[in-house]
Ligand binder design. Structure first.
Ligand code: FAD
Length: 426
């Protein structure tokens, strides 16, 4: 294993095994991913498959999967190390990994014995790449507004509709699709169901992937479902539990994964800017000798410290099995905001040279913008945090105290304990 070099501030959260993993992923990212970045940037509309295959060979899609099911059982801090350190080199590679990991949460928490036995080893060994398809073109972040529906025809569920902006849309082998299964008027918490839908099923379609603003090489596109027949065995969880599947996996895995992508991009921007201002001549010295430049660099450093601690603290709580939904939510939103604030400093401190489309800073800046929407926009996160704060003031039940407000880290405390990190893992 490579020699680790981890920030001292994270010593509280990182065991020697996490530190060794940190060294491993850094070496992998530098040797295997960095050479692919130029190729991915040069062809923005092209979906890269090689990165997903390389990640699969490391077994990293199984980072939180129990050893008994073929995984690493290394826990949420280890998952964060993987996503964070990959994002430092390539936001797209980190996005490919994190998008494949969110549905693993759904499978771990809601899969029945047969589904877990069939799928978890295949996912861990990299033979099956998952996606989770919730968002729709018109409903956006409002899960309850979805129109994709599955109807029971007496023998099978028949699924019709379209999903949009789905991570790994064009390379996943199996999609966890959340669809409406109850008549209008049913509460969202009971109206939706999650289904396992193989990508090669008749009726599953995709448009040609269109180039996006950032994360070149990663696909987050549209998937269509035209009367796709699904056997009852491929219902994930109970009929009517689709909202719980979507929401819990987004909070427990999606939020911290996106916090980690933002963190890696933030570090890339900070390191490049420090290097740049310290080597760019100005007057008799360097740009870094100027007080105003130092002030901006110091502000970037402060934000980076904050985002790091917040992100690792939240996932450490998850590994400890203590309630932490609010910390996961805060980490996602603050890590994104901090990264974008520092990204602006990075762009401006690089002056005109930041504007070369092929440059690292432009890539990092574009990629940072893409961590705002997934797993809940900033407004959605702040609404959740405000609701939680107000509930503490008013402990009596309120009309909106439905399943939407159960802390998932509490709800799944028992099941999370089953996959508690093995101290000998990694
Ligand atoms: C890189 C990337 C990867 C993604 N991966 C996946 C994936 O794997 N699976 C998946 O299902 N989806 C995925 N998404 C989609 C993502 O979940 C949605 O983009 C997100 O839910 C927001 O939906 P929207 O973009 O349509 O915005 P909208 O929901 O239409 O929001 C537009 C604006 O309105 C604001 N707004 C919306 N509702 C409210 C409200 N109630 N109060 C205040 N403001 C509000 C939002 O904050 C935002 O600023 C991904 C998106 C991206 C960019």
């Amino acid at each position: 294993m490579s020699a680790p070099s981890t920030p001292r501030a994270l010593d509280t959260f990182l065991t020697p095994r996490h530190q060794a993993l940190w060294g491993d992923v850094d070496a992998f990212a530098d040797q295997e991913i960095r050479p692919l970045v130029t190729r991915m940037e040069a062809a923005p509309g092209r979906v890269d498959r090689k990165v997903a295959r390389l990640l699969a060979t490391r077994g990293w899609y199984g980072v939180t999967v129990p050893r008994a099911s073929g995984g690493m059982q290394a826990g949420n801090v280890a998952k964060t190390v993987l996503v964070h350190r990959l994002a430092r080199v390539s936001g797209a590679a980190a996005a490919i990994l994190q998008a494949g990991l969110i549905p693993v949460a759904a499978l771990l928490h809601f899969g029945d014995k047969r589904q877990r036995t069939n799928l978890l080893p295949a996912v861990s060994e990299g033979r099956v790449l998952l996606s989770i398809a919730v968002t729709e073109p018109d409903q956006g972040g409002h899960i309850g507004g979805m129109t994709t529906a599955a109807e029971w025809d007496g023998k099978a569920w028949v699924l019709t509709g379209a999903k949009a902006h789905i991570g790994n849309s064009h390379i996943a082998d199996l999609h966890i699709v959340v669809a409406r299964t109850a008549p209008p008027g049913t509460r969202t918490s009971q109206a939706l169901t999650a289904f396992l839908v193989a990508d090669d099923r008749r009726g599953v379609t995709r448009d040609r992937y269109a180039s996006a603003f950032g994360l070149h090489g990663f696909s987050f596109g549209r998937i269509g479902f035209d009367r796709v027949r699904i056997s009852p065995e491929d219902v994930l969880g109970e009929v009517g539990q689709g909202f719980a599947v979507a929401q819990s996996s987004s909070i427990l895995y999606g939020r911290p994964n996106l916090a980690a992508v933002s963190l890696g991009l933030h570090e890339a921007a900070f390191d490049a800017t420090t290097q740049y201002v310290d080597h760019r001549p100005r007057y008799q010295g360097m740009l870094s000798d100027i007080g105003v430049v130092r002030d901006r660099l110091g502000a970037m450093a402060a934000r980076l410290h904050m985002a790091r601690i917040l992100t690792y603290h939240a996932v450490d709580m998850l590994d400890q099995g203590v309630p932490c939904d609010d910390q996961l939510i805060a980490a996602k939103t603050i890590s994104h905001e901090a990264a974008v604030d520092s990204g602006r400093d990075a762009m401006e401190l690089h002056g005109a040279s930041a504007l070369a489309n092929s440059g690292q800073i432009a890539r990092v800046w574009r990629d940072m913008q893409t961590t705002y929407a997934p797993a809940g926009t900033g407004e959605v996160q702040r609404l959740r945090l405000a609701q939680a704060a107000l509930r503490e003031q008013r402990p009596r039940p309120t009309p909106d105290d439905e399943i939407d407000h159960i802390p998932w880290s509490v709800y799944f405390a028992d099941r999370l304990r089953h996959v508690e990190p093995d101290p000998t893992a990694v």
